[in-house]
Design a protein around this ligand. Structure first.
Ligand code: SF4
Ligand code: SF4
Length: 518
């Protein structure tokens, strides 16, 4: 039976620019001289370095361990010597440095022993999740959420549908497309493992209809595997169909509630590249140490997809793609809609970096000067989350973050559709990112202030308690002293009183005797 597909509000048809990088097969990038591996490449707590400067490490060796539940470890992606554990520039919108393990490679590419889990179907889902965590796997579609957490729906939660995201809707990026074409069995293998880990009732692989080769390859592989329980669907090409909530709407017709998670409606979404990484971790015992990256844009000599070691500097990656034939307008990590402009070519490729884009001047469209909002409503029409971007913009600009949250600031997926269509060229997404970062900073400050207040109150209470204890001690002592001092006096007084009483009685007796003699 053919699945009925649905549609979501807004979205755009954009120039694709995909063909430029799909003309060559995936090539394996050489080992760079230096690897710079950030300890945080995921959402959650940063991992903690467990190697020292001067230590020799092997490919696949854990160099930073997970800290807390929402965290994953990081691994060396080749053999060499740790030359620094220090802050380095990393690809992040803030442009700030972050802690990295820097490895000078030795060219031997010696690896630890990888231990496969061949009988995974007999394993308890929790064992598979632990293996996925230990392999350092995060959502490779760009979100970077630890995959093992997403593979753990909770003991009483039923996963009705596992959706495998092969939409790859952003222009220029073709890493998932090439992966699905060339490493189809890894994708299908990973999907089977994830179905078992989640005990999912059904599974749908969704591919945009601008990737006919990938769709055909997956169809063949499914036929070969005899898995009729995995459904393959072609979804219409429209940006941002690859957004988690948009894809769920298209495939199931269901809406994820505002500020809610897909699991609330019985759905889990995983990316095709994540599925391939899960396959490698379980079937081969390999941690996540490489990923496929699209290197493209008018300035790149040989646009293509490369399998790149995590930690490879962007400058090396550009060299592997034939270098730059012309100075690019800027360097973007990610696609033209959601990517971030890189401040340095020394930043490393991380687990979530799917594309390095080097456009020539004007390639991504000229943005004219910004003008005042004319309230045309084009942004609201384009918004795939059915938000009111112009209202969000007013409140974000006025730093009225409470109001911005009333307008569902945190439902914004930063897809850039609103900015793209805005006739006033307003950098709307930048305002939304700024507002979100400010709210997070305020929350951090509030937590810090709350903790400081709690500490102060605790200290005050302790001082008060000590004071009360001291006073009680002193009072008790004073009472005891008073008691000790009062007894001799009373005895003395009583003795005097008794003597007086005796004298008085004697005198009375003598007087009485005198009277009787008279
Ligand atoms: S598209 Fe731009 S000009 Fe039009 S309402 Fe939205 S923010 Fe204002
Ligand atoms: S960036 Fe946010 S507000 Fe703008 S269209 Fe996308 S989801 Fe809507």
């Amino acid at each position: 039976m053919t699945r009925t597909l649905h549609t979501f509000h807004g979205g755009l048809h954009l120039p694709e620019h995909k063909a430029e990088s799909t003309g060559r097969p995936i090539a394996v990038a050489p080992v760079p001289r230096v690897l710079v591996i950030p300890v945080q490449q995921h959402i959650g707590q940063p991992a903690k370095p467990v190697v020292q400067v001067g230590e020799r490490v092997l490919k696949g060796q854990m160099i930073a361990q997970a800290e807390g539940y929402v965290s994953v470890p990081a691994h060396a992606s080749s053999s060499g010597v740790v030359v620094a554990v220090e802050e380095r520039p990393v690809p992040h919108p803030s442009g700030l440095n972050a802690l990295c393990v820097v490895i000078e490679t030795d060219g031997r590419d010696e690896a630890v022993d990888f231990v496969p889990m061949p009988d995974w179907l007999k394993e308890d889902p929790s064992h598979l999740r632990n293996r996925v965590r230990d392999a350092g796997i995060v959502g490779l579609g760009g979100a970077g959420f630890p995959s093992y957490v997403k593979l753990n729906p909770g003991p009483r939660t039923v996963v009705d549908t596992l959706i495998i995201n092969g939409a790859e809707c952003e222009p220029y990026i073709t890493a998932d497309d090439m992966l699905m074409r060339e490493r189809t069995d890894e994708v299908i293998g990973g999907v089977r493992i994830m179905i078992h880990a989640l005990q999912a009732r059904s599974c749908v692989i969704a591919v945009e209809d601008n990737k006919p080769e990938a769709f055909a390859a997956l169809g063949e592989a499914l036929k070969r595997s005899g898995r009729s329980d995995i459904e393959l669907v072609q979804v219409p090409t429209r940006y941002p169909t690859g957004g988690e909530k948009q894809l769920i709407k298209v495939v199931t017709g269901k809406e994820v509630p505002s500020a809610g998670l897909p699991i609330a409606i019985g759905v889990v979404v995983q990316n095709v590249a994540t599925a391939a990484a899960v396959y490698r971790a379980i079937e081969r015992g390999e941690p996540l140490i490489t990923r496929i990256v699209t290197v493209t844009g008018g300035a790149v000599a040989r646009p293509q997809n490369l399998e790149v070691r995590i930690g490879t500097p962007v400058a090396d990656l550009l060299e592997f793609a034939g270098g730059l034939k012309i100075e690019p307008e800027r360097l973007v990590l990610g696609g033209p809609m959601m990517g971030i402009t890189l401040q340095s070519r020394d930043v490393p490729i991380t687990k979530t970096a799917g594309c390095v884009l080097a456009p020539v001047a004007g390639e991504l469209g000229e943005r004219g000067p910004t003008r005042a909002c004319i309230r045309c409503g084009a942004c609201a029409e384009a918004c795939p989350m059915s938000l009111l971007p112009q209202q969000l913009y007013w409140h974000a600009r006025a730093k009225d973050f409470d109001k911005a949250q009333d307008y569902k600031l945190f439902d914004c997926i930063e897809c850039g559709c609103c900015s793209y269509v805005c006739p006033s060229n307003l950098p709307l997404v930048q305002f939304f990112r700024f507002a979100k970062t400010s709210v997070w900073a305020q929350e951090r400050e509030k937590k810090k202030a709350d903790r400081a207040r709690e500490r102060h109150e605790f200290r005050q209470a302790r001082i008060e308690a000590e004071k009360a204890e001291r006073e009680a001690r002193l009072k008790k002592k004073a009472a005891a002293d008073a008691e000790g001092a009062a007894s001799p006096d009373d005895a003395k007084k009583a003795a005097i009183q008794a003597a007086l009483e005796r004298a008085k009685a004697k005198k009375a007796a003598a007087a009485a005797a005198g009277d009787s003699e008279q």
